[in-house]
Design a protein around this ligand. Structure first.
Ligand SMILES: Nc1ncnc2c1ncn2[C@@H]1O[C@H](COP(=O)(O)OP(=O)(O)OP(=O)(O)O)[C@@H](O)[C@H]1O
Length: 216
């Protein structure tokens, strides 16, 4: 079974329980959109899956194999909320570093092709964000976690990013969270809402109102 599977996630920061009993799964071919109010624990959940945060409890399986930290499996790539690539690295060096199976395809993407000799820190905020997202998407990993990939992107660039995600959908599973929820609704095959530490399946936009994510 080609699946990222997380069950019974429980996490506290000090006395505060942020995630109480989360279940999430993502198969190859799926784009799971993760929505939730500010502070509901979306970033925490992605960090737990990748292995940046050790929760009180997690049951994590990747393709049926039990693991404690996602990154150890080498099947998970993760775009954190902030910049994560050191500003002094050049785009061409990053292509060597991140891309292997999909290197040729990545070199054909305009923002990469046109900036090969640039340092990442010299790119505009939006181009830097797009390039970081692309390195994660075009990595060898089967499962891709994207935390707010659309923030800082102009509408046309956000559209381009969605096309990259959709182009890889047949080969990978995505978990994507963002407050540009329309982008998430557009690109996702299904939506999960994190609310009060638990997960809820969302079937219609009305469910987002009923669960207090969108105003009525
Ligand atoms: N290192 C930390 N120590 C203590 N509390 C933290 C820490 N990191 C996050 N929190 C708290 O945990 C809660 C969940 O944070 P998290 O960043 O996961 O939420 P989020 O859903 O991603 O929010 P947003 O949509 O605003 O980015 C918040 O109340 C936050 O203040």
């Amino acid at each position: 079974m080609q699946e990222l599977y997380i069950d019974s996630v429980n996490h506290r920061y000090g006395e505060r329980e942020v995630l109480s009993s989360i279940f999430l799964n993502c198969k190859i071919g799926e784009v799971v959109g993760l929505l939730g109010r500010n502070g509901s624990g979306k970033s925490t959940l992605l960090k737990i899956i990748f292995g940046d945060i050790k929760p009180r409890f997690i049951h994590l399986k990747i393709d049926g194999q039990f693991t404690l930290k996602g990154y150890l499996s080498k099947h998970i790539a993760y775009l954190p909320q902030g910049y994560f690539i050191p500003h002094y690295l050049k785009v061409k060096d990053l292509v060597q570093l991140y891309a292997n199976i999909y290197r040729e395809q990545l070199l054909e993407v305009n923002v990469v092709k046109l900036n090969l000799n640039e340092k990442v820190g010299n790119l505009s905020g939006g181009s830097r964000r797009l390039i970081e997202a692309l390195f994660v998407i075009y990595s060898d990993a089967k499962y891709v976690l994207l935390d707010e990939p659309f923030s800082q992107l102009a509408p046309l660039v956000a559209e381009e990013l969605k096309q990259h995600i959709l182009a890889f959908k047949a080969h990978k599973g995505f978990v994507v969270t963002d407050h540009y929820y329309q982008q998430i609704l557009d690109v996702s095959t299904r939506i999960v809402l994190i609310h009060n530490g638990c997960n809820y399946a969302i079937n219609t936009e009305d469910d987002l109102i009923l669960n207090g994510y969108l105003p009525s």
